[in-house]
Ligand binder design. Structure first.
Ligand code: IMP
Length: 212
């Protein structure tokens, strides 16, 4: 089992500022020294995998090999039931080279309209996150989290990132875009978190983080 030590330097294998901010919030209690792949000037590997696991692994392994440090990556996306799981692993790419998620949300909504999916019951979706922890020696470990919800239109809220403003998690009246980060990720050792990322993190933390 891979176990991090308090004070250990860990590369967060991402160039996405939204994800980096969330990693920092989620890992704050564990006394790790976090540095991102972006801050280290590491190249952003091409996501050539066909699954979340493959893409998470290639990002994490590239970062730990290049830095000679342990690295943690996240590959995540939005899987829309009526679109057969799209955009899925292509969620970031639907935002185009300028990473415009207003356009990506319009695209999701337009595709749903094309399927006649207007009623909330036809607009079910899931956020999925797969974390990969890797060492320079080539060991890896994976952690997965999911959250189900409904896609609303128009999008609501300006918090979060990506598709957050159109995603209303099951059992809640507000979208992730309307929630404070602490509420989106809320979790504790005895309680399951709300977001896909916090659910994946709760397993990761139990297995790999030093006791807080
Ligand atoms: P990747 O993991 O870098 O391929 O990017 C995943 C993409 O999925 C992000 O750029 C977002 O568009 C979307 N995504 C993943 N997690 C979230 C989330 O928590 N909120 C909103 N969008 C997300």
């Amino acid at each position: 089992m891979l176990k991090l030590q308090r004070g250990q330097k860990l590369v967060v294998a991402t160039h996405n500022d939204g994800k980096l901010r969330e990693f920092r919030t989620l890992l704050e209690p564990f006394g790790l020294e976090l540095v991102s792949a972006g801050e280290l000037g590491l190249p952003e590997p091409e996501e050539t995998g066909t699954t979340y696991h493959e893409n998470a692994e290639l990002k994490s392994v590239a970062a730990s090999k290049a830095s000679n440090l342990w690295a943690l990556s996240d590959d995540s996306g939005l899987s829309v039931n009526a679109l057969d799981g799209a955009p899925g692993i292509y969620s970031a790419r639907w935002a185009g080279p300028s990473k415009n998620f207003d356009d990506a949300m319009v695209k999701v909504h337009t595709e749903l309209m094309g399927k006649g999916a207007m009623a909330p019951g036809r607009r079910g979706a899931e956020f999925i996150a797969v974390l990969c922890l890797s060492t320079p020696e080539g060991e890896t470990a994976f952690f997965e989290g999911r959250v189900a919800g409904t896609l609303v239109w128009p999008p609501r809220g300006t918090k979060g990132f990506g598709y957050d403003p159109m995603f209303q998690p099951q059992g809640h009246m507000r979208t992730f875009g309307e929630m404070e980060e602490k509420e989106k990720h809320h979790w504790s050792k005895s309680e399951i978190g709300l977001s896909h990322r916090s659910r994946a993190f709760s397993t990761f933390v139990k297995e790999c983080c030093p006791d807080d």
